[in-house]
Design a binder for this molecule. Sequence first.
Ligand SMILES: [Zn+2]
Length: 506
Amino acid sequence: MENIKNRIYIFDTTLRDGEQAPGIHLNTREKLEIAQQLSRLNVDVIEAGFPISSKSDFHSVKEISAKIRDRKIAALARANPKDIDAAGEALKGAEQPVIHTFISSSDIHLKYQLKKSKEEVLQLAGEAVKRSLKYTDLVEFSAMDATRSDREFLCRLFEMAIRNGAGIINFPDTVGYAIPSEFGEMIDFIFENTAGIEDVILSVHCHNDLGLAVANSLMAIEHGVKQIECAVNGIGERAGNASLEEIAMIIDTRKKDLGVYTDINIGEITRTSSIVKSLTGYAVAPNKAIVGKNAFSHEAGIHQDGMLKDRSTYEIIKPEDIGLKSSKLVLGKHSGRHAFIERLADLGIRLNENDLEKAFDRFKDLAEKKGEINDEDVRAIAENEMREVPEHFVLKYYEVRSGSDIRSSSKVGIEIAGKINEGSSEGDGPVDASFKAIDKITKINAKLMEYKIEAVSGGKDALGSVRVVISMNGTEVMGSGISTDIVEASIKAYIDAMNRIIDSAD
Ligand SMILES: [Zn+2]
């Protein structure tokens, strides 16, 4: 990249902070799918999880470390020996491990959360960095709630981390409170008052509570910060993190003015967003910048007219640059395996042999019912195959009765350990009756928190996608199902969620 010297590193936290968003529970297999896609997207660091927080997080970090060799893999740890050892262990197989250790720095957090003095915090931070270095040579140190901290103390804390060997210093706006002008000033203050800061990478991690995460990140870049922490589709705690695709496209679109670049492979943005959306179940608003469904549609007559004359009249990004292709080609029931595989490849979707077989079966099934299969359908089928969970409960058959003058009823057959169990129930509508019938069989006492239905593509025979969120003993899981029949899609989603409850209990 001539003329543009300043590289900005992209630290992706979709699998850590993003996964902490309420209602998101990815299993190891799903995290690995996302990590593989992040590697294709070419992020610099993949933060894979918080190993001490759960067995499954530990396992996921370990798996990602073993399989993704071409990226730095980070794991989070509070500034204490147990956390750091867990992170170090989980990262053992990584080619380029990063331990990301943190401690609170604001007076509010010191008083109410940590119950420690500033002196103690300084000491803990130094020790944490030192201990982390036993496992890796790259340690990132974060000061939690940094933007609400005493600036002098913050700089002393950063100096302590740098003196002990931290290579990345992260300045997070944990609660999303900062406004850009002030955020820029604070960064200037850190650069001017922290000994050794010029020898490390200064990073920011912005939250979107006031809708300013991306604006603050951009301000940080303009003030000399070299690493941005962000998440695909902006997912994360509460209102989320700075959105990766927005940061990447701001920099790409305005690189001459900003004088910086990233290594992000922007052609993978659409696919990454779509996979994260499918696997997390977190919807993307239609008007979301870059990846929203309507981000490139022109409705107004005058805009359409301009677009027909020259695309640059109203378009600052070419949709195909971020991998958004619209093809008019459709597949049908006579399309063979080869055509299906080719279309998957065109869409940039990679499935393993096993999933490919299952996806192809589903495709044939659907083609039989629906006739024409478009790109959105193919994508939905493939992404549904990626969210795999061991099937404790297998749907065998169902039968519903409903109408204007009868009370709905449903009969469902589910196989458990090779044996078919049948349940039947009445309910308010066929979906409710089916869920009640399933409850009788599974005997899982979960609460339905969310039920959402969406058409995957247009038309009366559109493929319906159903997502449910169920909760049991404080654990929430998301189930999904697709079918041309919305009752069937609902039943599949509900059983998928039940299988996930069983899976998460192990
Ligand atoms: Zn965060």
